[in-house]
Design a protein around this ligand. Structure first.
Ligand code: NAP
Length: 246
């Protein structure tokens, strides 16, 4: 899966799944733009690549802001000479049962998880269209497919990401741009660290493979979807969930 110095932008790459994706793509030959709302953490991810031969830069952007996203993409093109791969990974949760969920909780999650994906994709697609090549992978969630009590905002945003993925796939297939989603189950990151031990045990019982996933489990499937091995695959949702949802 040689990525041959293609340029990849990974959002939310300051930690967790985004960092694992960054390291995986770089290990397979890509140069990376590490994007995060937290520049310090983005720089930390870049520092993991210091000894590699790959070029990596850190850029700060809040992807829910159209202007910040457009500026970040332009700077990426200027500094790296083009864009071939976009991994829309940044995402947040603001969990509450529906009756307690505030308008702010809804807006914040939809703004980052769904509008952020729209902002980034729209800003790169012009470049990809012109070069008649692009690979886009959107990180959705098992929750967008099966729902989850306490996550109406998050589930709606991730279901939206899946619909968006299929539409972009149809609109740009003729331009040799593929767009797929990866839907992780429950993965060991900061997002799931706060689960109380009993909730974690209950959750694990629902996973046929008997464990939560690792960020690297997700990164492997992203690598496949941005590589030439998957050039005839578009508009798909790849489930990486230990069999929890089939
Ligand atoms: P994480 O550890 O919380 O990392 C997400 C990163 O995105 C953080 O560095 C975060 O910065 C950054 N970010 C947040 N809002 C942003 C914005 N507006 N603009 C740019 N960057 C922003 O999350 P993760 O667990 O790695 O999750 C990565 C993706 O996988 C998310 O889309 C998530 O929904 C999805 N996912 C995760 C799981 C799981 O179990 N972990 C399961 C299914 C799907 P701050 O920390 O400063 O906010």
């Amino acid at each position: 899966m040689e990525l041959n110095e293609k340029v990849a932008i990974v959002t939310g790459a300051g930690q967790g799944i985004g960092r694992a994706i960054t390291l995986k793509l770089a290990a397979n030959g890509a140069n990376i733009v590490v994007v995060d709302v937290n520049l310090e953490r983005a720089n930390e991810t870049v520092s993991h690549l210091e000894s590699s031969e790959r070029k990596a830069i850190a850029l700060k952007a809040d992807i829910s802001s159209t202007k910040e996203t457009e500026d970040m993409i332009e700077e990426s093109v200027k500094k790296m000479g083009g864009i071939h791969i976009l991994v829309n990974n940044a995402g947040i949760t603001r969990d509450k049962l529906l009756l307690r969920m505030k308008e702010d909780d809804w807006d914040a999650v939809l703004d980052v998880n769904l509008k952020g994906v729209f902002n980034c994709t729209k800003a790169v697609i012009r470049h990809m269209s012109k070069q008649r090549y692009g690979r886009i992978v959107n990180i959705a969630s098992i929750v967008g497919e099966m729902g989850n009590a306490g996550q109406a905002n998050y589930a709606a945003s991730k279901a939206g990401v899946i619909g968006f993925t299929k539409t972009v796939a149809r609109e740009f297939a003729a331009r040799n741009i593929t767009c797929n989603a990866v839907a992780p189950g429950f993965i060991e990151t900061a997002m799931t660290d706060s689960l109380p031990e009993n909730a974690r045990e209950e959750l694990t019982k629902q996973i046929p493979m008997g464990r939560l996933g690792k960020p690297d489990d997700v990164a492997e499937s992203v690598l496949f979807l941005v590589s030439d091995s998957s050039s005839y695959i578009t508009g798909q949702v790849v489930n990486v969930n230990g069999g929890m949802y089939m």
